[in-house]
Design a protein around this ligand. Structure first.
Ligand code: GTP
Ligand code: MG
Length: 642
């Protein structure tokens, strides 16, 4: 992937504005790009931004490289924070805008917290309306507010759209920042959360969003979640230009002509992804965190009570959910806790996805969080295994080893190709992590399955003791029947069982037909059956080529055990359903048939029966077996040698 990154000549990033209402965000986007991001008539009339606006900014990095940045302009008004959050879900850089006449305000702070909850790490600050003065004190104020955040070292650039002061400086500051960044990772799992869906005459439905995680190609099949609707991409655009492939970090418009928009079709919040990547779930287990920046006594700082209803902003969507806290009655400012979210309608999430929590009337941003288990529909929240799993994962939900280890410990056995499908890790990265954990002795890889070493060890030990018990209890048997072993162990998946048998047979154990046994095991009849064996051998030897039918020998359970023993040890040949011969007699009879034909030419059943003092009952199936074994061949009513 690194090589791929370096070879990518052009870099794509997405920037979003942030900041209080009226601080000059949209005016700045227009000054930077020439595009007025306020496109709605209502926005023009009210002179505020209501919904997201989009523009394109092309920059040249200090090394000469071209950088394409999509800008998402967000509203600052407190009534439209919901739209702001939809705009900042998968961005690379925040462009904070703080007006020189106003300084740090309520939504500057709320936006900062939202960006931190979503894991945005880089920002450039525009100190806007610099023509209105107070540069030094507002700069100090911003530094003060950003101290101890990831944005502490962001550059602060005074700008004015009136005087054009600082616009070029701001471009350079953004270019410098982006030039130092890696484009978004491509881990082969594309996701595009829809932020706009509209219909164009003659073209049909178009959806837009910021692509992340993987690429989307023209003509490929995609799935729209959570409705699980399949569609084919007719065409793709990036800022109005047709392209073949959209890469992570690109503003992307996709034409899906067969789908409709609105309540029953696609709308903001829906997810476009590749087939097989994630399923909608109503229950998701998470790590919930509350910023210690929330002002005590403010409505946003009220405790989040166990069982309360909240609004979860994830991707570009917002879904109501009920919170259950694992080990608290309420979550206070500055605290974090493992929690379960039960959504009103299902979501498709990945491990490590970040989200923002607002109170139910959508007035305050009250928390943020990270998805730990996107697939918790069937998991018992308070079971010991689920709690262990969530606690382990909460320590580092973005660490691949932590994710792999916890998943395997929870599920015991996991199909390799299904492992962490809903995660921000590529198949290659997951394979590397598996090899690392295998080398460290934590897990066992057997063909298609991955398992926790301890769980595997326990399973092996149980299997071994069952086989040993079988050898002890039925020493006359070849071993333990595989079906019996599997059902006693309660193994559902046949590949787990196959892997177990293969593992046992590497050393000390051997597969014997449909049974498994210790290599050292020699079937032996117990004393009380030895007399029965002698009798059976006698009756089979009295007329060696014309022994009595099986049903006359197998008259009770002991006889049955002995016959099975003789079959398993190879001392008995089963010729037909009711015909058995002692192996030595079978071999003699075969030679005599061969000799007879060699001396007398092709022979009929009747001739052979007479010559060998056998009977038709024996000779017919016997010759059929010789035919099958390739010793003789039938020619009309005669047998010749092959
Ligand atoms: N003096 C001065 N006024 C500015 C400057 N930039 C913007 N303004 C004015 O500030 C007002 C708000 O500007 P916008 O760009 O709409 O502010 P905004 O941050 O996008 O506002 P919302 O999107 O509603 O949050 C407008 O009347 C602008 O003309 C500036 O550099 N100097
Ligand atoms: Mg605006």
């Amino acid at each position: 992937m690194t090589a791929q990154r370096e070879h990518r000549v052009e870099k794509y990033f997405v920037i979003a504005t942030a900041g209080h209402v009226d601080h000059g965000k949209s005016a700045l986007v227009k000054a930077l790009t020439g595009t007025d991001p306020d496109r709605l008539p209502e926005e023009k009339a009210r002179k505020i931004t209501i919904d997201l606006g989009f523009a394109e900014l092309n920059l040249t990095a200090p090394n000469g490289q071209t950088i394409h940045a999509g800008i998402i302009d967000v509203p600052g008004h407190e009534d439209f924070v919901r739209n702001m959050i939809a705009g900042v879900g998968s961005i690379d850089l925040a462009l904070f805008v703080v007006a020189a006449d106003d300084g740090w305000m309520r939504q500057t702070e709320e936006h900062l917290q939202i960006l931190m909850y979503l894991g945005v790490k880089r920002a450039v600050v525009a100190l806007a309306k610099s023509d209105l003065g107070r540069i030094d004190s507002v700069t100090d104020g911003i530094r003060n507010q950003m101290r101890e955040t990831v944005f502490a070292r962001s550059s602060i650039v005074p700008t004015s759209v009136r005087t054009a002061e600082g616009i070029e400086n701001l471009k350079s500051a953004i270019a410098l920042e982006l030039a130092a960044m890696h484009p978004q990772r491509d881990f082969g799992k594309p996701r595009l959360f829809i932020d706009r869906a509209f219909t164009l005459r003659g073209i049909g439905t178009v959806v837009t969003g910021t692509l992340s995680g993987g690429s989307i190609r023209r003509s490929q099949d995609v799935v729209v979640q959570p409705g699980e609707i399949s569609a084919r991409v007719r065409s793709i655009q990036n800022h109005g230009r047709g392209i073949e492939i959209a890469q992570p970090g690109m503003r992307t418009a996709i034409n899906l002509p067969d789908l409709s928009i609105g309540e029953n079709g696609m709308q903001r919040g829906d997810l476009i992804t590749a087939p097989g990547l994630g399923s909608p779930r109503a229950t998701v287990d998470v790590l919930l965190e509350r910023s210690s920046r929330l002002k005590r006594n403010s409505p946003a700082a009220r405790p989040i009570k166990n069982g309360s209803f909240i609004q979860v902003h994830i991707g570009t969507g917002r879904i109501a959910a009920k919170i259950t806290l694992l080990d608290k009655s309420a979550l206070e400012v500055g605290q974090s806790a493992i929690a379960r979210l039960k959504f009103d309608s299902p979501v498709v999430a990945f491990v490590g996805d970040r989200f923002v929590v607002r109170d139910s009337p959508e007035q305050n941003t009250i928390a943020g969080g990270t998805v730990l288990d996107p697939n918790a529909d069937l998991a018992n929240f308070r079971s010991v295994s689920q709690i262990q799993f969530l606690r382990a994962r909460a320590t580092a939900p973005h660490d691949i080893d932590v994710c792999v280890r916890s998943e395997i410990a929870l599920r015991g056995f996991v199909l390799r190709k299904a492992l962490l499908n809903e995660s921000p890790f590529s198949d290659g990265e997951i394979s590397e992590a598996l090899e690392r954990l295998q080398c460290a002795g934590e897990i066992v890889l057997c063909s298609e399955m991955v398992t926790d070493r301890k769980a595997w060890q326990q399973l092996r030990e149980r299997a071994i003791s069952l086989i040993d018990e079988a050898h002890k209890g039925n020493p006359e048997r070849a071993g333990l029947h595989l079906n019996e072993l599997r059902s006693t162990l309660g193994i559902q998946e046949s590949n787990v069982f196959e892997a177990l048998i293969a593992d046992l047979c590497v050393k000390d154990f051997v597969r014997k037909g449909s049974a498994i046994a210790r290599i050292s095991h020699r079937p032996l009849l117990p004393a009380e059956l030895q007399a029965v064996e002698r009798k059976i051998r006698e009756s089979l030897s009295h007329k060696p080529f014309d022994p009595p039918p099986r049903r006359e020998i197998e008259t009770n359970r002991h006889a049955q055990q002995v016959l099975r023993f003789l079959t398993e040890t190879g001392d008995l040949s089963e010729i037909g359903s009711d015909v058995v011969l002692l192996r030595e007699n079978f071999e003699r009879m075969k030679h005599e048939v061969a000799d007879f034909i060699a001396q007398n030419g092709p022979a009929t059943v009747s001739e052979l029966r007479k010559a060998l003092e056998s009977s038709r009952r024996i000779m017919v199936p016997f010759l059929e077996k010789l035919d099958r074994d390739g010793v003789t061949r039938r020619m009309g009513d005669k047998r010749c040698l092959r």
